[in-house]
Design a protein around this ligand. Structure first.
Ligand code: NDP
Length: 360
């Protein structure tokens, strides 16, 4: 049974269903409608199931803080501001990012069913969790799904030291004959959630992930949290393509932020603040409008097979395709439970006590 990440005695296993109903109960106690609470829980738990610990239930506290501080609107009027046959602009009215994102991608898929393509841009939302969640929604409908969001400033542009860009993730999912292809990635070397995991474990971060406030590459996670910045995908400077990650991040700000009439990462705020101004971009491409779906899936699977059976480097056991580790991890965790770091479990149980639901 394959599982992503490093799991040791500091983790305890909780079943998917137990965790799901825990998150739903916590959110409902805080006033989130059941249907919405289930969308948020599904998104967070999909992250844990797929081995993305940084964006799983360890983030629940952030949403709870956002709700308690009034930064999140629990009864948003998520409305279409403009629309045509294949596009729409949505105002999220500061609702939970997952709920706004889910509705927006649903709309993109509906439009793609009728007109071949659906592009939905969203302004005035909140942190929406893993970008891949929405891309996969399209893939299970036999479409290509694309999802992007801007996020609060954490990344320095190439040549800069200041936090300016978000970790602005990009996801693309496409169906195959088997599991969908899923590229889901931050446009920084790592998302901030990975540093939170290292911080919680008291471990130094690998060299090349981040800089301190002076712009020196650092392994001291505290220096990054105290005025430092993450590096764009490709790392420091131009040598390994840092400028390209920087460009991809700006691309997300253009498509999600400026195109929606929203803003760009520098002006995006935390979930706990009012008007955090997070913006998203969703696209669904109806494959059948271009080529027969079966032909597409067949070619996807053949391409992946060729990739995976191409000549391998001696230091690598296998060549993976994007989404594969996540799906195998999900299969494992659905059987034996999701590993939760003990400190995260304590935090979740403190939340349970505070809102008055049964502890995990
Ligand atoms: P990773 O670096 O873990 O993975 C990036 C992609 O590469 C995934 O599709 C992964 O698939 C794939 N992959 C991993 N190893 C290999 C390999 N050897 N060969 C081929 N493909 C591989 O992602 P990040 O740490 O950059 O991002 C983690 C999550 O954080 C994402 O879900 C992202 O959406 C989210 N995020 C959300 C933000 C927000 O503001 N909402 C901000 C930033 C990030 P697999 O899953 O199968 O491993």
């Amino acid at each position: 049974m394959f599982e992503k990440g490093y799991i040791d005695e500091n983790y305890v296993r909780v079943s998917r269903d137990e965790l799901f109903s825990f998150v739903v109960k916590v959110l409902m106690k805080l006033g989130v409608p059941k249907e919405d609470a289930e969308i948020v829980a599904d998104n967070l738990i999909m992250a844990d199931l797929r081995g993305i610990e940084s964006h799983g239930v360890q983030r629940l506290k952030r949403y709870v803080d956002g709700i308690l501080s009034g930064g999140i609107n629990l009864k948003p009027n998520i409305r279409i501001v403009r629309e045509g046959a294949s596009y729409a602009l949505i105002d999220g009215d500061e609702g939970l990012g997952q709920v706004v994102g889910y509705k927006a991608m649903k709309l993109a898929i509906e439009k793609a069913k009728k007109s071949g393509i659906g592009v939905v841009v969203v302004r005035n939302s909140n942190h929406y969790g893993i970008a891949g969640y929405y891309a996969l929604m399209a893939a299970v409908e036999g479409m290509i799904g694309i999802s992007m969001t801007n996020s609060r400033p954490l990344v320095a542009p190439t040549g800069g030291v200041e936090r300016f860009l978000g970790t602005n993730p990009i996801a693309l999912a496409a169906p195959t004959k088997d599991k969908p292809f899923l590229l889901d990635m931050a446009t920084s070397v790592v998302p901030i959630g990975k540093l939170e995991v290292y911080r919680r474990k008291g471990k130094p971060i690998p060299e090349g992930w981040a800089i301190d406030s002076e712009g020196n590459i650092t392994t001291d996670v505290e220096k990054v949290f105290n005025g430092g910045a993450l590096l764009p995908l490709g790392g420091f400077g131009e040598l390994f393509g840092g400028h390209k990650g920087y460009g991809l991040s700006v691309m997300v700000d253009i498509l999600a932020g400026i195109l929606s009439g929203g803003t760009w990462s520098r002006h995006v705020k935390n979930t706990s603040e009012r008007h955090s101004e997070v913006d998203h971009f969703f696209m669904a491409i109806n494959i059948e409008a271009f080529v027969p779906l079966e032909e597409f899936k067949e070619k996807m699977s053949r391409m992946i097979e060729e990739l995976k059976s191409s000549k391998r480097h001696k230091d690598f056991e296998r060549i993976w395709i994007h989404g594969e580790k996540g799906f195998l991890t999900m299969q494992t965790r659905l059987k034996i439970g999701i590993p939760i770091y003990k400190k995260v479990l304590e935090e979740l149980n403190q939340i349970a006590e505070m809102v008055g639901v049964e502890k995990l």
